[in-house]
Design a protein around this ligand. Structure first.
Ligand code: FMN
Length: 370
């Protein structure tokens, strides 16, 4: 199946409009997940085994949330919350939905999403979102599934920075019942000025507003901040301070990169708007370096979710050994195909068996701590 996907399906898809394919794939999963037979077939196709891969050596707990395995679908794949069960069936333990905005927003003009090579993407979607109310309605369908759903929160473009805390809190309020955890996403390169909100003061205001809403609801759910790979070490240290000083759970590292050099490598212009993701070694290393830096500075006083260029067992292990307890995949679902999660999970267990490691937790931060 991986060979059929990579040799036949992927070259065909590569010629198609990336966003159109993406929407079709999501809607196909949405249809498949509604019926037990198609759901079972989906699992067969993805894992070519009769049952969903499960091994308790891969169980991880983050901020009190239990995940079957460390692989979560990263934000951006299912912005609307329409394919959570289908994605779970492919072997992911959870899905980060979003980024979700307080109000509906169209995003940037199309085309705005490209596969630069079969494994590398560029997007400038600009936070297209049906808005928090629609996403909450979509997610109610999964309430009894027990699949951990993270909610990534973004800010509408025309909301001034001063109102950013309020709109982030509004999304948390509307999606409180559906969320296993929340993420503040102020690291998208596609909303002008957004990344300034990663600075200490505005970020503190936002996290306090979201914590405030959760206090009113009665209980704080795990809260993360997602950072850009392009931040300086000093800026990452500021984010670490905000996370520790406000009792947050951790950091998701990283979002897409704005690097002009990487864009030029694939024939794009250095200063055009768009974030690069996927199978570029330099990008992957930037993201891994951020994970390792956070681990070095904060030890295990916060949790790290690693994301950026993960496509197989080796690239998953890099992030875990740099300090990530969980990892996310987005672009490789397209690049490697629907069996990517199942393959990585099996690969992790095989690696642990070879190395005599009894639980995935024993690998977290191994390269940094020694
Ligand atoms: C098409 C697309 C849309 C994305 N949308 C979001 C988003 O809305 N919010 C967010 O936090 N990250 C978003 N991302 C970033 C991913 O969550 C992830 O951080 C990044 O793609 C790196 O992971 P990857 O190399 O596995 O793709 C998006 C990525 C892609 C490719």
């Amino acid at each position: 199946m991986p060979e059929i996907y990579k040799n036949i399906v992927s070259p065909f898809l590569y010629k198609q409009d990336s966003e159109t394919w993406h929407t079709r794939a999501r809607e196909a999963l949405h249809l498949a997940e509604a019926n037990p037979l198609t759901l079972w077939l989906l699992e067969k196709i993805a894992t070519y085994k009769s049952e969903r891969f499960y091994d308790e050596r891969l169980n991880v707990v983050i901020g009190g949330v239990e995940f079957d395995n460390p692989l979560i679908v990263g934000a951006g794949w299912d912005k609307q919350g329409r394919a959570v069960r289908g994605l779970h069936q492919l072997g992911f333990s959870g899905v980060e939905v979003g980024s979700v905005l307080a109000y509906p927003q169209e995003g940037n003009p199309k085309p705005r999403q490209w596969m630069l090579t079969p494994g590398i993407a560029m997007n400038r979607l600009g936070f297209n979102s049906p808005g928090a109310e629609v996403v909450a309605r979509n997610l109610r369908r999964y309430e009894r599934d027990g699949i951990p759903v993270g909610i990534s929160i973004g800010k509408n473009k025309d909301v001034p920075d001063i109102e950013a805390p309020g709109v982030h809190a509004l999304v948390a309020e509307k999606l409180y019942d559906q969320a296993a955890y929340f993420v503040i996403n102020v690291s998208s390169p596609n909303t002008p000025g957004l990344r300034k909100l990663q600075d200490k003061e505005p970020l503190t205001d936002i996290v306090q507003a979201v914590n405030g809403v959760m206090d009113v609801k009665g209980c704080r759910k795990p809260l993360f901040v997602k950072i850009a790979p392009d931040l300086t070490s000093t800026s990452v240290d500021d984010v670490i301070d905000v996370v520790l000083n406000n009792g947050l759970t951790g950091i998701i590292a990283t979002n897409t990169t704005n690097s002009g050099d990487i864009k030029e490598r694939y024939g794009r212009s250095a200063n055009e708007m768009g974030g690069i993701s996927g199978d570029d070694q330099e990008y992957r290393d930037m993201a891994t370096a951020k994970v390792a830096h956070i681990r070095r500075v904060a030890g295990d006083s916060l949790e790290i979710i690693g994301v950026g260029g993960i496509k197989d067992t080796a690239t998953a292990l890099e992030k875990i050994k740099a300090g990530a307890r969980a990892i996310q995949v987005v672009t490789a679902i397209r690049g490697e195909g629907p069996s990517v999660a199942a393959k990585i999970n099996r690969g992790l267990v095989e690696y642990m068996q070879q190395e005599g490691i009894s639980h995935i937790n024993d690998l977290v931060g191994l390269d940094v701590d020694r």
